[in-house]
Design a protein around this ligand. Structure first.
Ligand code: FES
Length: 610
């Protein structure tokens, strides 16, 4: 809703934000909304929500539920003006007195000045930097594990000029030379390449560089350049995540990762859960969602090539991995069937396509490859995880758990691999939690709770802003050990630091004086986390039972996803996996491969597939 209106202006009235055009056409009064700090402004029609006004002003707000009033994340403080807010349980009485509203539940009735509080804007740049650094970390081991056989390569060729005795056509002469260096039973060139070939071969004195790309069993001659350009072959590996889009620039000659960059997925304006975005795509068509993620990819790639002094036209391939819904959005495939029984994808293994066809700006003839998915809710990102961990080559049985909104679980060895998914909800990503946030700067990621008080650590050792998934798990475990909650997760009303807040019990983790706002864990947060944990637990248990595997049969357990990057969460999984496996996990943790983000190495191996 909000992002659609704000970002691109109106097609019929270019230059005017959509909100303003609608206001003019409808004859409604327009009002000015100013956002502090920064002073960005939007003019919107009377009755527009503050969330829509924020999008029109280019102010990004967290909107986990896509503006349904469910997540409580789009908090703003009204400083001046007329704003009408619907009642909500997400704000305490004191907060309402201080002017807090939920942007999606507050409508504009006059000119207004609103403030974006720190919890609604914190950590954006930090998470991107942290992510990018972490994703570079496993690089050193990758070279040994994966042989380099790139999907796209450049060959410098010196062709013998034609003679009466050797009068092959230009295309056939080039193909003959290519086949001297690499096997290519089926070799194809497009019409544009053929049209330019005669002049190019002669002008370059028959010394040219051919760019070759694997497309299934066919090798495509993507382009021919004059002279020796073989040293300039680059590709981008992109992890298209629901929350973040992470890109790596790779030198396809050496296999070296030259640069990494990450940003939040701009589709978040349509909700942080995939199903909300699918619903948005069904209601409004998939065009806008596709444009947002493609723009994210384009921004990241151009940032990296500029920084590395590389020509965009030398980037000849992009490889993307993502969950099945993200792949649908990227290719503008209708995603509706994914969320309805029997949860079928439009395509699980889309063929390589011209990157330009979906709007990705690299070499105009460059290709977009997508890692194949496994099922409607087990996507190409999990294929990447399997490749990266080498689970499919393990002698013993291994389990891979990618913990996120959708938890994917893979069990297998070199002999067989089986996968399933479990809908855990967004609690592990800090969403849908009263004071939740992603694992970005200022997020409480580790918690110790003692009868005497609370100790915590934040990401980047920054002042606390909220609670991320691993912090939530730590906190709940601590609450149980310290006797604040019982086995069913119920808070003890008489316990110290437990108090009533907006009609429910809450444990005060950080009092208001120590943080921009009081950070609490409510009874509902605990219930949500228990449900999320139960979903993952059920997925693991069912998979093990169906395959006749006992937890003690497991030799390795890999935790993937941002949640798996927190050391304490790895060492003390707190019931994420069955008790027996948990013990085994403890026993074998020294041989556990720590996965900050396993997708990257999967990407790089994909480049090596023939
Ligand atoms: S409550 Fe406003 S976006 Fe979720």
């Amino acid at each position: 809703m909000g992002g659609d209106r704000g970002a691109g202006g109106c097609r019929r009235h270019p230059g005017l934000p959509q909100e303003r055009v609608e206001a003019q056409l409808s004859g409604k009064r327009e009002y000015r909304v100013t956002f502090l700090p920064g002073g960005k402004e939007a003019r919107v029609a009377a009755g527009a929500t503050l969330l829509a006004a924020a999008a029109a002003a280019g102010v990004e707000l967290p909107s986990v539920c896509g503006g349904e009033g469910i997540c409580g994340r789009c908090r703003l403080i009204v400083r001046q003006g007329q704003v009408e807010a619907a009642p909500t349980l997400h704000l305490s009485r004191e907060e309402i007195k201080r002017g807090y509203v939920l942007a999606c539940q507050a409508v504009v009735r006059g000119d207004a000045v609103v403030e974006v509080p720190p919890e609604s804007r914190a950590g954006r740049e930090a998470v991107v930097d942290l992510d990018a650094r972490e994703f570079l970390a496993p690089e050193a081991e990758a070279g040994e594990k994966f042989p380099r056989e790139p999907l796209v390569e450049k060959l410098f060729l010196s062709l013998p000029p034609p003679t009466l005795e050797d009068n092959l056509g230009d295309q056939e002469r080039l193909f003959r030379e290519i086949r001297r260096f690499r096997p290519a039973p089926i070799l194809q060139a497009g019409l544009k390449v053929l049209q330019s070939l005669p002049a190019l071969l002669r002008d370059s004195r028959w010394r040219v560089t051919a760019t070759l790309a694997q497309r299934g069993g066919t090798v495509e001659l993507l382009q021919v350049e004059p002279g020796d350009r073989a040293g300039t072959t680059y590709g981008a590996a992109i992890d298209v995540g629901t929350s973040t889009v992470v890109a790596h620039l790779i030198d396809l000659n050496s296999g070296e990762t030259l640069d990494a960059e990450a940003r939040y997925n701009s589709q978040r304006a349509y909700g942080e859960e995939v199903t909300r975005r699918i619903i948005a795509a069904e209601r409004q068509g998939p065009t806008r969602l596709q444009a947002l993620v493609v723009e994210d990819i384009n921004d990241l790639v151009s940032l990296m090539v500029d920084r590395q002094g590389i020509k965009l036209s030398d980037v000849v391939a992009v490889l993307c991995a993502g969950n099945t819904a993200m792949v649908h959005f990227l290719l503008r495939l209708p995603p509706g069937a994914l969320r309805r029984h029997p949860y079928v994808a439009a395509a699980l293994a889309p063929p390589p396509v011209r990157a330009a066809e979906v709007g990705i700006r690299i070499n105009p003839r460059g290709l977009l490859y997508l890692l194949p998915g496994i099922g409607g809710w087990v996507g190409g990102d999990i294929t990447a995880g399997i490749l990266a961990t080498g689970l499919h080559k393990c002698e013993g049985l291994a389990l891979l758990i990618d913990i996120g909104t959708n938890g994917e679980i893979v069990l297998g060895s070199k002999d067989w691999v089986v996968a399933c998914s479990a809908s855990a909800g967004p609690a592990f990503e800090g969403a849908g939690v009263t004071c939740g946030m992603r694992a970005s700067r200022g997020a409480i990621a580790q918690v110790e709770i003692h009868p005497t008080g609370v100790r915590y650590r934040t990401v980047g050792d920054a002042p606390p802003q909220g609670l991320c998934g691993s912090g939530l798990i730590d906190a709940i475990a601590g609450l149980f050990r310290a006797g604040y909650i019982d086995r069913a997760g119920r808070l003890r009303p008489d316990a110290k630091l437990v108090r009533e807040r907006a009609g429910e019990l809450a444990f005060v983790l950080v009092p208001a004086g120590e943080a921009p706002r009081e950070i609490v864990i409510t009874q509902r947060d605990i219930e949500n986390a228990l449900r999320a944990k139960a979903a993952i637990y059920a997925g693991v248990s069912i998979l093990l039972r169906e395959m006749g595997v006992r937890p003690r049969d497991l030799s390795r357990i890999y935790l993937a996803g941002a949640f798996g990057s927190h050391p304490k969460a790895q060492i003390e999984p707190e019931g994420q996996i069955p008790n027996g496996a948990c013990k085994r996990y403890q026993d074998c943790r020294q041989c556990l491969c720590r996965l900050f983000e396993c997708h990257l190495r999967g990407h790089q191996q994909r480049y090596d597939w023939r």
